[in-house]
Design a protein around this ligand. Sequence first.
Ligand SMILES: *[C@@H]1O[C@H](CO)[C@@H](O)[C@H](O)[C@H]1NC(C)=O
Ligand SMILES: *[C@@H]1O[C@H](CO)[C@@H](O)[C@H](O)[C@H]1NC(C)=O
Length: 493
Amino acid sequence: MARNGVGVGVGVRRPTSPPLFLVVAVDVVVLLVFLFHGVGAQKVRVEEELEAYPNESVDLRCQFVDGGGKTKLTQVSWIWEPTEGQRDNIAVYHPFYGQSFPNPSFKERVVFLHNNLENPSIRISDLRMSDAGRFTCEYATYPTGNEQGTTTLVMLAKPKNSAEVLTVRAGTEAAVVARCQAAHGKPAASIRWLASVGGDHGNRGNHSTSRSEASDGTVTVRSEYRLVPTPADHGRELTCVVDQRTQDKTWTRPLTLSVEYPPSVSIEGYDHNWYVGRSDAALVCTAQGNPQPTAVSWSAASGPLPDSVLVDGNKLTVSKVDDAVNTTFVCQVENKHGAAKDQITTLVIEKERRVAPGPSTGALIGAILGALAVVGVVAALVVFIRRRDADGPPKHKPPPPVKMDGSTQLLDKTSETPGAAAATEMAPIRPAGDVYYEPTGRQPVANWAGPSRGAPNGGGPPSPDQPLSPRPPSPPTANIARGESFVSPAMYV
Ligand SMILES: *[C@@H]1O[C@H](CO)[C@@H](O)[C@H](O)[C@H]1NC(C)=O
Ligand SMILES: *[C@@H]1O[C@H](CO)[C@@H](O)[C@H](O)[C@H]1NC(C)=O
């Protein structure tokens, strides 16, 4: 406030110039309280604490303040106290005998800034971490004896940060998958991890941090990230975050985990239709592993590969299907963590198997649909009649409205107690007892769209004379669904 007052009064704004000289004539005491956090009564003014980095220089300021001017100053010394109890005189000034720098480790690095007993400030250059400690400016005076003030010099050090990924093998034991280090920092850095590892199962990782202090007072912090590695962790991201006071901003290093695992393999491409004479039959051996398996080897269970077989890497092609490939093919892959194999029996058939349903199949489907429709209508009638009988005297409803047709009544009831009504009333028309309606309270209507999709393209039931389709026959639900979709409109009409 005093400085502000002076600044405004004089009308000068010189933030860069040392306020000492600007204000000294106005109010020395107030200024010194600002600059030197000494105790009021003390005559030796110094700064309480200073921070500096290695290789830089620092000015240790000291000033003798003698209000009356009656004290005689004999000599001033700077005493360095790196640790409790160890005191080394590093700089001495005597008005007659001059300057002296008794400590060899400071001798070349210390100078007095003014050749002046009242202002014995020094500059230490080429700072070292080990210079940290207490620096006392000590006067020998008469008649009051020694007077002193102490500045603590805090040496700071930017840590050298690094992070690395460790390639691990997938397994059941926790392993260190990444390391992060903040070396030789002062004060000690703090390390955190940001992990996407774990996905839905939360953060499975675990880290442990250790620190070690060097003789110069710097601290190296190391953190290890542990995980029970799974193949799915390969390629996941993990970030090491280092915070430390001397860093302008947080240091982050994203890492990509590296998890290796033995291969898994599957043979694909067999379509159950290897008929004699076919020329484009092929199998593909698909392997997964880290490292990616390189060597793929094909063999036949019965012995050497038939002559008609051509192998190109993971693909096996049969130039012309005949009896010789009526066998079992084996594909084996390897990486450094293991081997895996898969095998497939290729059954050679005499005649090409046709997948699309023939005209006779279409007719059959039509017949079945027709039958189902009839059954559905009958069932709906039965339900309708039964319910009319049962409803006779109204139990949970005001007297029934004017006689309505069945469909409207059905709708009313369904909406009134959806679950129960749907369950009991639909039960009789449920063909073959299949699970199609559950008492969930849904309107049966809602189910039309879905299952009817299976109808047009061969969703019909397998017939004895129809060759087996390559895929397992569609589940019966499709047919039933279609049955329902025929029934329901009937009820609503
Ligand atoms: C981290 O590892 C320690 C020791 O293995 C264990 O006690 C602790 O529960 C683990 N924490 C997490 C979050 O996995
Ligand atoms: C292939 O082998 C099976 C028995 O393993 C046999 O039933 C079938 O007739 C054979 N096919 C040919 C074309 O020989």
